[in-house]
Design a protein around this ligand. Structure first.
Ligand code: C2E
Ligand code: CA
Ligand code: CA
Ligand code: CA
Length: 275
């Protein structure tokens, strides 16, 4: 048994060694990725449920690593947050999406995810102000998606930053609503313009009565607070028709369009409808 245990330790050492090397090379590559032009932004359409009109897009970051291929954001963003690389990456995403959106045929909204580290960075509001001026995007067309985990580490500072952002004229959405610790009190404490319900509350809402009850409650909350609600992760026609019946304002998900290069949506932008 002892020998076996020893073998296991060697095994774990080897795995750990590989993981650490892997992690170090990931950190190293991440630091260079912006200047090497390895990031791209995909866009996912957002629809007005009632009218079926295209109202905007969420920008979703992709890293095309020369050897690893396409690295999903869930894999590299936490690492980028720990090393601080997210600051340069986040600036790049904002500049790229604002520049892109400023050139659209129709003044649709563009939603960009903002990490906690970025929000609490040295002068996020100032940087954003400069990006808006440089790209010429009307501030009202930009919506920043912020999760409540980004608020809790330093609520006073987060509130001050959100107020500065709002003063610039940009909109702020609470992302992944319902997955945090105190979504309700945070909704009241911070000046959000929209609620994005996490897709775990949309999944099979048409057949699952508990999920339906939660979703109805969130929609009631939105009405009470005067905040529009966007349902993310809509995959089936049944989910979409449930949202319509419950007067959910907006929807996003594979049913309406997968994240894709903006060129794929040229026709949709021109028509103002999800094709
Ligand atoms: P998120 O903000 O909650 O974004 C929604 C995620 O759900 C995206 O994953 C999207 O591709 C996926 N999704 C959309 N519709 C559906 C659907 O119908 N079904 C399913 N199963 N999934 C759907 P993605 O692109 O892999 O991004 C994952 C997360 O990475 C995002 O979650 C966001 O937290 C983060 N992220 C993405 N881009 C950025 C960025 O530019 N900056 C920062 N800080 N975070 C980003
Ligand atoms: Ca988001
Ligand atoms: Ca989300
Ligand atoms: Ca999420």
């Amino acid at each position: 048994a002892k020998a076996e245990g020893r073998g296991n330790y060697q095994f774990y050492d080897a795995v750990l060694g590989t993981q650490i090397r892997d992690r170090r090379s990931l950190e190293h590559d991440l630091r260079l990725a912006v200047s090497r032009g390895e990031f791209t932004v995909l866009y996912q359409p957002q629809m007005d449920v009632m009218s079926g009109e295209l109202v905007g897009f969420e920008a979703l970051l992709r890293w095309n690593h020369p050897e690893r291929g396409s690295v999903p954001p869930d894999h590299f963003i936490p690492v980028a947050e720990e090393t601080g690389a997210i600051l340069a990456i986040g600036d790049w995403v904002l500049r790229e999406t604002c520049r892109e959106a400023a050139g659209w045929e129709r003044p649709l909204r563009v939603a960009v995810n903002v990490s906690a580290v970025q929000l609490h960075g040295p002068d996020f509001a100032q940087t954003l102000h400069e990006i808006l001026l440089q790209t010429g995007l009307r501030p009202g067309r930009l919506e920043l998606e912020i999760t409540e985990t980004a608020l809790v580490r330093d609520p006073a500072r987060a509130l001050a930053t959100l107020r500065r952002l709002k003063a610039l004229g940009v909109r702020v959405a609470m992302d992944d609503f319902g997955t945090g610790y105190s979504s309700l009190s945070n909704l009241r404490a911070f000046p959000f313009d929209k609620i994005k319900i996490d897709r775990s509350f949309i999944r099979a809402v048409d057949v699952n009565t508990e999920t339906a009850a939660i979703l109805r409650a969130v929609l009631g909350l939105g009405r009470g607070l005067g905040l529009p609600v966007l349902a993310e992760g809509v995959e089936t026609p049944a989910e979409l028709s449930f949202l319509g019946a419950e007067a959910c304002q907006e929807a996003q998900g594979y049913l309406l369009g997968r994240p894709a290069p903006i060129e794929d949506f040229a026709e949709a932008i021109r028509l103002g409808r999800v094709a």
